[in-house]
Design a protein around this ligand. Structure first.
Ligand code: TPP
Length: 356
């Protein structure tokens, strides 16, 4: 019997900004003030929106909500590394990614309030709607990126999914396909340590999620997902590789879901408060604030201005979303290109009942 060595693997771990806000100067992308502030403000806006949405849900003014808290850097850093034309294909926890793509808070609140209108984006925003079936969006992203490649466009897709989704067939089928056809798709697994109550240790026996890419013939790396600069740098590199025809990348963003899985979950039943507190110390926003301060871009007056502006934006967005006049026909309109006879009849019945 003979054996051949197939591969030896090492997984890169990228961190630029540590938990105390110290930066590795050799890796610092040295972004301009405007970009850095946009990163910070987008994360703050997402956090403000989270807080409001949870409160609205408790008051019965919003349906089940999926909080982003703790994962802002993983989303904002990566989306801000992309071009406007690149696709952003989310799961359901990507409010910060949407905001970074330029989607309005009004649209996001409309989604969480149950309106079809909340899944309608500006044509050039290149965002896909929220995808609730775990992992299902990953194949869509690969398809979009494949289309871009066939059309010879310098365009890629970024798709977000969780550690739980990395156990779904959709992820594996998509990763295999993307590897074979060298598709410019950046797979961003936000390893937030839990899939509802299932901890990371029960999700996979693999030492890292990043290494799953190796089986499909492309690179997988781990990144400190609470480090917005590292997420920016890693995604930029992956996108450039994709545009150059060199295929996909899997980024495992190591992060933590600080809040509950959704507003209908009670995480106290399956995780320790001490664990949450330890991760709070790694907060992506506080850490980035320290970096901005050291660079002379942050002071108390700026903070006040950013917080007040975010609070105003939230209030105005809620007002607009609550004032939205929904057309009940929308429920039917976007299911199929052409309504099935059954649905057409149901829509007719609904109209008659609404007309009294
Ligand atoms: C196909 C499918 N199975 C089960 C569910 C129920 N479900 C919703 S979220 C979730 C866990 C997802 O965990 P993960 O992929 O790690 O993402 P996270 O929620 O942590 O962001 C499950 C099992 C679902 N929505 N879709």
């Amino acid at each position: 019997m003979s054996r051949k060595k197939v591969f030896e693997a090492q997984i890169e771990y990228l961190q630029i900004l540590d938990e105390k806000g110290n930066v590795d100067a050799s890796l610092d992308p040295k972004l301009d003030e405007l970009t850095l502030k946009k990163m910070y403000e987008t994360m703050v806006r997402s956090r403000a929106m989270d807080k409001k949405a949870i409160s609205l849900q408790r008051q019965g003014r919003c349906y089940t909500y999926v909080p982003t808290e703790g994962q802002e850097a993983a989303q904002v850093g990566s989306v801000m590394a992309s071009k406007k034309e690149d696709w952003m294909v989310p799961a359901f926890r990507e409010n910060a990614a949407y905001l970074a793509k330029g989607v309005s808070m009004r649209t996001l609140f409309l989604y969480w309030m149950g309106h079809e209108e909340g899944s309608r984006f500006e044509k050039d925003q290149n965002c896909f709607p929220v995808s609730i079936p775990v992992g299902s969006q990953v194949g869509h992203a690969v398809g979009l990126a494949w289309a871009a490649k066939i059309q010879g466009k310098r365009q890629a897709a970024i798709t977000f999914f969780g550690d739980g989704a990395s156990s779904e067939g959709d992820f594996h089928e998509s990763a295999n396909f993307a590897g074979v056809f060298q598709i410019p798709c950046v797979f961003i697994c936000q390893n937030n340590q839990y899939a509802i109550s299932t901890p990371r240790a029960r999700q996979t026996r693999s030492e890292t999620i990043a290494q799953k890419a190796i089986a499909y013939g492309f690179e997988g790396i781990q990144v400190d997902g609470n480090d917005v600069l590292a997420m920016y740098v890693a995604t930029k590199k992956a996108l450039e590789k994709g545009y150059a025809g060199k295929g996909p990348t899997l980024i495992e963003a190591i992060t933590y879901r600080i809040a509950a899985h959704t507003t209908s979950d009670d995480p106290k039943r399956y995780r320790d408060e001490a664990e949450v507190e330890a991760w709070r110390k790694k907060d992506p926003i506080a850490r980035f604030q320290t970096y901005l301060k050291k660079n002379g871009f942050w002071n108390e007056a700026y903070e006040k201005e950013v917080q007040e502006k975010a609070a105003r934006e939230v209030e105005e967005a809620v007002k607009k979303a609550e004032g939205f006049q929904a057309n009940p026909e929308d429920m039917f309109k976007y299911l199929y290109q052409d309504l099935t006879p059954d649905l057409r009849q149901q829509m007719q019945e609904m109209k008659q009942s609404l007309e009294g």
